[in-house]
Design a protein around this ligand. Structure first.
Ligand SMILES: [Zn+2]
Ligand SMILES: [Zn+2]
Length: 136
């Protein structure tokens, strides 16, 4: 795949992605609604060893996620842009809004739709899960 580069709105934090995403989706859980400002979080799942911060030192906020396990939300301390999350998973959910080219991949799977407000549209034919998808 082509390398993906991205960062925050003010440019203080930059990162690069060198491995193909394991998937891409939208999380509608309440914590993501807070982190995004209202909508779901649109994320690409990046293998942990395919992700590298190339500039800056982002801030972190940790609290239990929907599954009960700690989720650390990483954001720019200068401009507040939410950037990615860290947890027990072997991947990092990286928010596609920070990609230099957010059109590069479509977050087509919708998670935690049970928490989505009724006014938020979800495209027809998209896989949806009321909470996290079953882990196999
Ligand atoms: Zn910033
Ligand atoms: Zn979420």
């Amino acid at each position: 795949m082509n390398r993906i580069e991205g960062g925050c709105l003010c440019g203080a934090v930059r990162y690069e992605i060198t491995q193909s995403p394991m998937g891409a989706g939208a999380c509608h859980c309440r914590a993501c609604q807070y982190a995004s400002g209202g909508g779901p979080n649109y994320v690409a799942l990046i293998p942990k060893n395919g992700f590298k911060v190339t500039r800056g030192a982002p801030k972190r906020f940790t609290r239990p996620g929907g599954s009960g396990a700690d989720v650390t939300r990483v954001f720019c301390g200068e401009c507040g842009t939410p950037l990615w999350s860290e947890g027990a998973m072997p991947f990092l959910p990286v928010k596609v809004g920070g990609f230099d080219d957010p059109s590069a991949l479509e977050p087509g799977i919708h998670l935690w739709t049970s928490a989505a407000p009724p006014w938020h549209p979800i495209g027809p034919g998209r896989p949806t899960f009321p909470e996290n998808p079953p882990m196999s």
